[in-house]
Design a protein around this ligand. Structure first.
Ligand code: FEO
Length: 165
């Protein structure tokens, strides 16, 4: 049985993953509406789907352990960006925020001696490492490309596939 403090903390993370899914859906729609960024749009649609899966995994865990997963209301995410660079900076910053929230959850699980939850959370710890590294790599690539149009063309072409785990 989940302790209330643990359940509340997990439900906070449910909201965080739902917010991530919405934020990336907004990034996908923004990219979709820009000329020539269909690769970037596909990447963010995929990220949004993954975040929804992260949310569902948490919800199932909470409910299976006798808790109750709460579906949150969500604020509207940022819907437009001044540049591709700023879109990807937002992505990276958001992943850092999620990682820090996962770390807080791990800390709570240890504090409460909830080793089952601690064990469950290791999947998220690893996932965050991977997501941060993808987001960092993409930001580094954009830094290298700068305003070079053929570089941006290749970035968009290659983003779904090789760069993605
Ligand atoms: Fe599920 Fe990338 O946070």
């Amino acid at each position: 049985m989940l302790q209330k403090e643990m359940m509340d903390a997990l439900n906070y993370q449910v909201a965080m993953e739902a917010e991530s899914s919405q934020a990336y859906l907004a990034l996908a729609s923004w990219a979709d509406a820009q000329p020539g960024l269909n690769g970037v749009a596909a990447f963010f649609y995929q990220q949004s789907d993954e975040e929804r899966q992260h949310m569902l995994k948490l919800m199932k865990f909470v409910n299976e352990r006798g808790g109750f997963a709460v579906i949150p209301s969500l604020p509207q995410p940022q819907i437009s960006y001044t540049s591709l660079k700023s879109a990807f900076e937002t992505f990276l910053k958001h992943e850092y925020k999620v990682s820090s929230s996962i770390n807080d959850l791990v800390e709570t699980a240890l504090k409460l001696k909830d080793y089952a939850t601690h064990n469950f959370l290791q999947w998220y710890v690893n996932e965050q490492m991977e997501e941060e590294s993808v987001a960092r790599l993409l930001n580094e690539k954009l830094e290298l490309i700068g305003e070079d149009k053929s570089g941006l063309y290749l970035f968009d072409r290659d983003i779904v596939g090789p760069v993605k785990k």
